[in-house]
Design a protein. Structure first.
Length: 131
């Protein structure tokens, strides 16, 4: 049986695409607002990942967007509200937000979130929007 051809070319280059390897020590960190910083971890047109650091007691305002969002709590503790439900989450926990659903957070212990979006948050590429 022949092995699959792993050298197949992509059909088309995405309009937006990060380098294949992103070194955290060298990747740009944006100061979004007092107490919130963001670093893009990788993206193409279909998906994006970003690390967002929060200082204690900083609020990630309630907002909604047309993207699917999955967030992993890398460190710290957060009160996360999705719709009308609020839960306290800490390192190792995660949450999912469907497109168009209102959500936000309050950082209770300084920490970092890893946000994943589908499709890409083009506004983040232009240095816009909050986390």
């Amino acid at each position: 049986m022949a092995s699959p051809d792993v050298t197949q070319k992509r059909k088309a280059k995405p309009a937006h695409e990060s380098p294949a390897f992103i070194m955290g020590d060298n990747a740009l960190v944006e100061q979004l607002e007092p107490g919130i910083r963001r670093q893009l971890l990788g993206f193409n047109d279909q998906t994006m990942a970003a690390r967002v650091w929060f200082e204690k007691d900083v609020v990630g305002s309630m907002h909604a967007h047309p993207h699917t969002q999955l967030t992993y709590i890398e460190s710290g503790a957060f009160e996360v509200t999705i719709g009308d439900i609020t839960k306290r989450l800490s390192a190792g926990d995660s949450f999912y937000v469907a497109p168009g659903v209102n959500h936000g957070s309050v950082c209770r212990e300084a920490g970092a979130l890893v946000d994943m979006f589908a499709p890409i948050r083009e506004d983040f590429l232009q240095g816009g929007d909050t986390p």
